[in-house]
Design a protein around this ligand. Structure first.
Ligand SMILES: [Zn+2]
Length: 398
């Protein structure tokens, strides 16, 4: 892309009005559906490197066709992560790129399409990963294409980063996501919108996972009952302590969701464990909660406690930077007589990483629908044009 095309001042073409732009994108609705179908029909479960690499290659060629420079970040264990750069962010440091973030892995194993085909019915488009988040990726492609049509080139540098392992914790992609976010003016995450009203997401809870293991002393339950120190009894007492850490009014929840322990009914259990899911609303709750969990002490002094794990994703807090992005999105929506709501949600995304670094982040910019990770997963087709326009407007305005 020529450098001079990035400068707004050199040529000032007459820009279409917001309604004209919406009309432009509405005329392309069928093509958007076609793009989404194509992506949904390439199954890409997180744990199948070959399948995930295949969709990465297809997407790389689509972005190259739009003039993007692509780079695949290889991973031996997970699928490759795809970075695409438009414009020259490093030549003109005053205009930092916008980072568009997404993932092409899904939670559905290969063969899911046989029972859950990609189909259109009643204005809905169904299929595995259609909402979470192949429609989000298609919106990126079509928003960029439209911006190039309206401006002759992208009006500012844009970096797209699509990861291969979001559904399983983003272990191979997290560092790259964070380093790209640090170089960017802000981050737009193409995860699904909240609810059928299509709210954007301005806050997400932080997520952690811990495992508490209790080591007791085994004994024959009949012959030596007094000699044993039951790990199960100790664990039960600890779980009731852990449950008291819940503070729903503060947005903090703790759930011992899986317990294991013991070997036989006639043995006092030597070992028991609990797996604990943790959700926090504020980053500062992480250290306090971590300290409380690590300072648990056994009721039975002959039992030993071990705690492992930690917080994986810090919360995406509604900082001033996040709120400012939402305001911009609202102003664009208002041009279309659209009242765009915001929502705070319990689940985490890669937006938690970028917001955790203090980079303004707006999430839930993707498709509108329901049933993510479920058999009835769908998007509302009629929402596609204005979602693409919202994304295009945010890229211009950030
Ligand atoms: Zn997702």
């Amino acid at each position: 892309m020529a450098k001079e095309k990035l400068k707004k001042s050199s040529i000032a073409p007459v820009q279409p009005s917001w309604p004209e732009r919406l009309h432009y994108l509405s005329q392309r609705q069928d093509r958007m559906v076609q793009t989404i179908r194509e992506l949904v029909e390439i199954e890409s479960p997180s744990d199948n490197k070959k399948a995930v690499d295949a969709i990465a290659a297809v997407l790389a060629s689509k972005f190259e066709a739009l003039g993007g420079r692509t780079e695949l970040h290889g991973s031996s264990e997970f699928g490759d992560n795809l970075q695409v750069d438009f414009g020259e962010p490093f030549r003109d440091r005053s205009t930092k790129p916008v980072l568009l973030l997404g993932h092409y892995d899904t939670v559905y194993p290969l063969g899911t399409l046989a029972n859950m085909p990609c189909k259109i019915a009643g204005g809905h488009l169904y299929g595995p990963g259609v909402l979470d988040m192949k429609s989000g990726i298609a919106l990126i492609l079509h928003a960029i294409e439209a911006l190039i049509a309206w401006h002759g080139a992208l009006p500012r540098p844009v970096t797209v980063f699509l990861v291969s392992d979001e559904e399983i914790g983003s272990r191979s992609s997290r560092k790259i996501t964070e380093s790209l976010a640090k170089k960017s003016a802000g981050v737009l995450v193409l995860e699904p919108a909240a609810g059928l009203e299509g709210a954007v997401k301005t806050a997400r809870k932080g997520v952690g996972e811990y495992k508490l293991t209790v080591k007791g002393i085994a004994a024959h339950a009949g012959l030596d009952p007094g000699k044993g120190h039951s790990a199960i009894l100790e664990l039960a007492r600890q779980i009731s302590v852990i449950a008291k850490l819940n503070s729903l009014s503060q947005g903090l929840s703790v759930n011992a969701g899986v317990i294991r322990g013991g070997t036989r009914t006639n043995v006092v259990a030597a070992e028991a464990s609990a797996e604990i899911d943790v959700r926090i609303k504020l980053a500062k709750q992480a250290t306090v909660l971590d300290r409380k969990l690590r300072s648990l002490r056994p009721f039975d002094k002959k039992c030993k406690l071990e705690i492992a794990g930690g917080i994986n994703r810090l919360p995406m807090e509604r900082t001033a930077g996040v709120a400012a992005l939402y305001k911009k999105a609202q102003a664009i929506a208002r041009q279309l007589d659209w009242n765009l709501d915001e929502a705070a949600v319990g689940g985490g995304s890669d937006g938690n990483f970028t917001a955790g670094l203090g980079i303004p982040t707006l999430d839930g910019m993707g498709g509108v629908g329901n049933g993510a990770h479920a058999l009835h997963e769908f998007i509302l087709i009629s929402e596609l044009p204005r979602r693409a326009l919202l994304l295009a407007g945010m890229i211009e305005g950030m």
